[in-house]
Design a protein around this ligand. Structure first.
Ligand code: ZN
Length: 278
């Protein structure tokens, strides 16, 4: 569970950094458990739902992706979100607008299917639930890539260019800043590396605390981020938005009920960390 695997390009965290941040995550996890639900909590409110379109990001026809369509319910809400995706990246706001305000993203890689389906499932679920605070969900960060079941968006890996203005992932950062979100979680699927259900933290205490909690609550392996300035997790964290990245094991371009469930549980653990749901 707490093992760390190192690889891929980018700057490797050293052994001491990993031990330090894992220890910090663990410490805050136990403090949180000991405090229980005694923390300040406002009354959960009836969930208002709004759909906005991030028009700076090109839209796409999600119905062309048969794998996504095979798994989602064809209900009015999902139809509306998919229709919105033809005009840009849909941004669904759930909750009153009050703190805590968090953002969930999926589809940074368009062929990583389970999180995109899980994000729709989460929106449908939260729409019927009283929540504390506000959740912004972007189920398709790059609708064009999702429609093509493609990892790349216009030959770009969007998780390497988030620091470049004008890219969809940079537009996500700008939107998160505009909405003053306190924390963000970016959801992926993996078939090569790390190729297992995992939660990845940036080398900061704020990020490791969240990741350690998700690791404990969703049985996802805890890993340290291999620093690359263009990942969404790095770009957000360096802009003071504590961010984690979650991976679910699934072959590219495909989903299964099991992988969708794992991704969905990672999302719920992230929301529980912030006491948005119980
Ligand atoms: Zn990915």
């Amino acid at each position: 569970m707490d093992e760390i695997k190192l690889p891929i390009d980018g700057k490797l965290p050293n052994r001491w950094e990993i031990q330090y941040y894992t220890l910090m995550g663990k410490l805050f996890y136990w403090l949180k458990i000991l405090r229980g639900n005694k923390g300040k909590k406002s009354n959960p409110l009836n969930c208002d739902m709004e759909i906005e379109i991030i028009g700076d990001i090109p839209g796409g026809d999600i119905t062309q992706n048969t794998e996504i369509m095979n798994y989602i319910f064809k209900n009015p809400l999902n139809n509306k979100i998919i229709e919105s995706a033809t005009k840009g990246a849909p941004l669904i706001k759930l909750g009153s607008g009050s703190n805590p305000r968090v953002m969930i993203t999926a589809g940074v890689h368009g062929n990583e299917i389970p999180p995109q389906i899980a994000a729709l499932k989460l929106i449908n679920e939260l729409d019927k639930t009283d929540i504390n605070g506000t959740v912004y969900v972007i189920p398709f960060v790059a609708p064009t890539a999702s429609s093509q079941n493609s990892k790349l968006f216009r030959n770009q890996n969007l998780n390497l260019v988030a620091h470049n203005p004008g890219t969809p992932t940079n537009n996500v950062l700008k939107k998160a800043q505009e909405l003053e979100v306190n924390s963000l979680a970016d959801f992926h699927a993996t078939s090569t590396h790390p190729s297992e259900d995992s939660v990845i933290y940036f080398l900061s205490v704020a990020s490791s605390k969240i990741a350690f909690y998700v690791n404990k609550k969703s049985n996802s392996r805890l890993l340290a981020h291999i620093y690359n300035p263009g990942t969404l997790i790095a770009t957000c964290n360096t802009n003071n938005i504590p961010t984690i990245l979650c991976e679910v094991e699934a072959p590219d371009g495909t989903a299964s009920n099991e992988s969708i469930e794992v991704s969905y549980n990672q999302m719920k653990a992230f929301l529980r960390y912030h006491q948005i749901i119980t």
